[in-house]
Design a protein around this ligand. Structure first.
Ligand SMILES: [Zn+2]
Length: 287
């Protein structure tokens, strides 16, 4: 009788384990680099789980996504953002950052040395000041992380163009083993073509939501990405991504994922190969 009961319990545990593993959407190794291109509609927000266990958030969408982004990070199993990057002070990139700074544990913060005369920007500075966080100047030559096979380097801007905030965007080259990601914020062709570092990357986050002013044929050829992610909203007012961008990407044979069609896109690197998961949950909008 006792054995029968024990067997029933064992079977129940086994059944639960099978159910749980079916719930796991994708299986990753502890040493993987996992980059989440969050679907925040028309805007940018990229969350990276680094192989050393640290986390990075690059941009935070419009101001109604703060709670959703924090929920997403918590569901991924983290209570802290070790590196927070505001690529440039436009609302579709720093909108939810004041909320996130106020409501989450934040490590180091990187911003380009440019100011914006907006209440949103003021509110971001206020939230950082209230938590006694000093901002580091995010410019070409600064290394955010260097840990074994992983490096996160800022490769632009090398100069600040006060009248064009897009061209002040922090551009990041993320390298893990033999795999690389180029994360461009809203950098346009002027900023990107001035970069001295080799642009060739396996994954490109297309600049400025897929605008033709960022992904020119020459630049796309230089980057030559196997995979491109475009972060843009469905039926956005700007016609992003532009057809010229899609044509240039097609010409180099890049596989394109778009947050307006594919929702949150997750790319995992084990240091030598990449896997892509699409259709992951979009970031919920606060009402
Ligand atoms: Zn933007």
């Amino acid at each position: 009788m006792f054995m029968k009961k024990l067997l029933t319990i064992l079977l129940a545990v086994l059944y639960a384990a099978v159910l749980c593993s079916a719930c796991t959407i994708y299986v990753t190794d502890d040493n993987d680099l996992i980059v989440h291109f969050l679907d925040v509609g028309q805007g940018d927000s990229i969350f990276a789980e680094l192989p050393n266990g640290e986390t990075m958030l690059i941009d935070a969408g419009e101001n109604y996504h703060g709670e959703g982004i924090i929920n997403y990070i918590e569901q991924a199993g983290y209570q802290r953002i070790d590196y927070l990057v505001a690529t440039h002070p436009h609302a579709d990139h720093i909108g939810s950052m004041p909320y996130i700074v106020r409501n989450f544990d934040i490590g180091r913060v990187f911003m380009p040395k440019v100011t914006a005369n907006t209440s949103l920007y003021e509110s971001l500075l206020k939230s950082l000041k209230s938590k006694k966080i000093t901002v580091k100047n995010g410019k070409a030559g600064v290394t955010i992380v260097q840990d074994g096979d992983l490096s996160v380097d800022i490769i632009a801007p090398s100069e600040i163009v006060e009248d064009n905030l897009n061209n002040c965007s922090i551009v990041i080259k993320l390298t893990y083993g033999s795999t690389s990601f180029l994360l461009t914020g809203d950098a346009e062709k002027e900023e990107l073509s001035a970069i001295k570092t080799d642009l060739k990357s396996d994954v490109l986050k297309a600049g400025h939501h897929g605008s033709k002013t960022s992904s020119t044929q020459t630049l796309v050829q230089a980057i030559d990405p196997d995979i491109t992610v475009i972060s843009c909203g469905k039926n956005n007012d700007y016609g992003h991504p532009h057809k010229e961008t899609l044509k240039a990407l097609k010409a180099v044979g890049s596989t394109v994922y778009r947050t307006d069609k594919d929702k949150t896109v997750v790319i995992t690197s084990d240091g030598s190969s990449l896997t892509v998961s699409t259709g992951m949950p979009s970031i919920k909008r606060a009402v």
